[in-house]
Design a protein around this ligand. Structure first.
Ligand code: NAD
Ligand code: TDX
Length: 369
């Protein structure tokens, strides 16, 4: 029986990780503790977690409640820090989100991707293997390492077909190659050392707190600022979109009930050509922000294609649905509208993230370490 009570969340200050922490601590049936280990790269933002810190962090102790949220600033490649964190908090579960995650950056500078995604994942796996070994040499059975990965490891689809758990890996960008390597290491630690481990490969996420270098938040903010909307190539590449809360619910379902040593595909069953998605987003932003849709459409600018740009991703997630009973709960229209509203109602977050000024804000406002 998995313990799932003292959870090391890596990359918890990023987009999906911070949504995961909100989502899990908001569940009445989870009474455990979360330790968020994050290096606070450009993509990590503690402002995403201010309410969590206030409610479950050091401030909670002052009111006599048990502290359930801890933040550790550090690099997953730093072995001694990872070891200290395991030992100090007696970690029984890891959910590993930390990564360099943006394909365009991986094309410009692959080294950080190899370092964090490959070496960082190796470091976490190896520390977990040592920390969770019993004096008898056997591995504890109440522990779990959940490795979060992407559909991009499978490569690119043509007009037909879907990625299943049996699709051979065929990564085509430095980002997806580094994630593929991390997936192989994770599975190797399960097979070789018996590390209790589950792995998920998810399609494109969207929702609050996403750094505005990714398609949806970039386009929303550029519309609000009247800037060009850069569409790569012919705009007809296809992505399968999933609301971030649905991803997190799937991850938690797998952590609770997934079989150790198995991988699970998570997807939206919601394929959109980039240009069609942009047209829908324009309608929503125009409605929600009171802007003129025709003027926004005039901002669409076709630009040079991303090198090695994968044509189509589409996930077959029937195994997760059938075996573990998960399903998507947020429609694309609802999720996109909620996302647009979130960016509209958080102008301060947006301006700090756009200017990089949130770091000064953290220094001034964030006291608990
Ligand atoms: P993100 O870039 O928003 O956040 C990454 C977080 O990891 C940041 O908080 C950053 O500070 C932290 N980090 C980076 N390097 C680190 C290091 N060396 N040590 C410690 N922390 C470090 O990423 P995201 O979009 O939230 O993605 C999270 C995970 O989900 C990644 O593993 C990604 O591959 C995977 N994924 C993302 C998507 C998506 O659409 N965003 C889809 C499928 C899978
Ligand atoms: O300005 C843009 N113009 C554009 O046409 C950007 C930023 C993107 N695009 C296109 C490229 C892709 O076809 O939009 C699509 C989505 O691009 P991204 O948001 O960069 O996502 P993608 O490359 O599909 O990867 C995402 O999904 C899988 C995440 O960034 C990964 O972390 C995740 O693993």
């Amino acid at each position: 029986m998995r313990s799932l009570t003292t959870i090391l969340v890596t990359g918890g200050a990023g987009f999906i990780g911070s949504n995961f922490i909100h989502w899990l601590l908001g569940r009445a049936d989870f009474q455990g503790r979360i330790i968020n280990l994050d290096a606070l790269t450009y993509a990590g933002n503690l402002e995403n977690l201010v309410d969590i810190e206030a409610r479950y962090g050091a401030a909670a102790e002052e009111t006599g409640a048990a502290r359930r949220y801890f933040f550790v600033q550090g690099d997953i490649c730093d072995r001694s820090l990872v070891e200290r964190t395991f030992s100090k908090y007696q970690i029984d579960t890891v959910v590993h989100f930390a990564a360099e995650s943006h394909v365009d950056r991986s094309i410009l500078g692959p080294e950080a991707f190899v370092r964090t995604n490959v070496l960082g994942t190796y470091t976490l796996l190896d520390v977990a293997r040592q920390a969770w070994r019993l004096p008898s040499g056997a591995m504890r059975e109440d522990v779990l390492f959940h490795h979060v990965s992407t559909d991009e490891v499978f490569g690119s689809l043509g007009e037909e077909g879907y990625f299943t758990e049996a699709t051979p890996y065929d990564p085509r960008s430095p980002y997806s190659a580094s994630k593929a390597a991390s997936d192989h290491l994770a599975m190797a630690y399960h097979h070789t050392y018996g590390l209790p481990l589950t792995l998920s490969n998810c399609s494109n996420n969207y929702g609050p707190y996403q750094f505005p270098e990714k398609l949806i938040p970039l386009m929303i903010l550029n519309m609000l600022e009247g800037k060009p909307l850069p569409v790569y190539g012919d705009g007809r590449n296809i992505r399968d979109w999933l609301y971030v809360e649905d991803h997190n619910e799937a991850v938690w379902t797998i952590m609770q009930e997934g079989q150790s040593g198995r991988t699970y595909n998570i997807g939206g069953e919601n394929e959109w050509e980039n240009i069609r998605l942009l047209e829908r987003l324009i309608e929503l932003v125009a409605e929600e922000a009171g802007l003129d849709a025709a003027r926004l459409r005039g901002l669409i600018t076709y630009v040079k294609d991303r090198p090695g740009h994968d044509r189509r991703y589409a996930i077959d997630c029937s195994k997760l649905k059938k075996e573990l009973g998960w399903k998507q709960s947020v429609t694309f229209d609802e999720g996109l509208r909620q996302t647009v509203k979130w960016y509209l109602s958080n102008p301060t977050w947006v301006s700090r993230v756009r200017s990089g000024a949130y770091r000064e804000w953290i220094e001034k406002n964030y006291t608990s370490r």
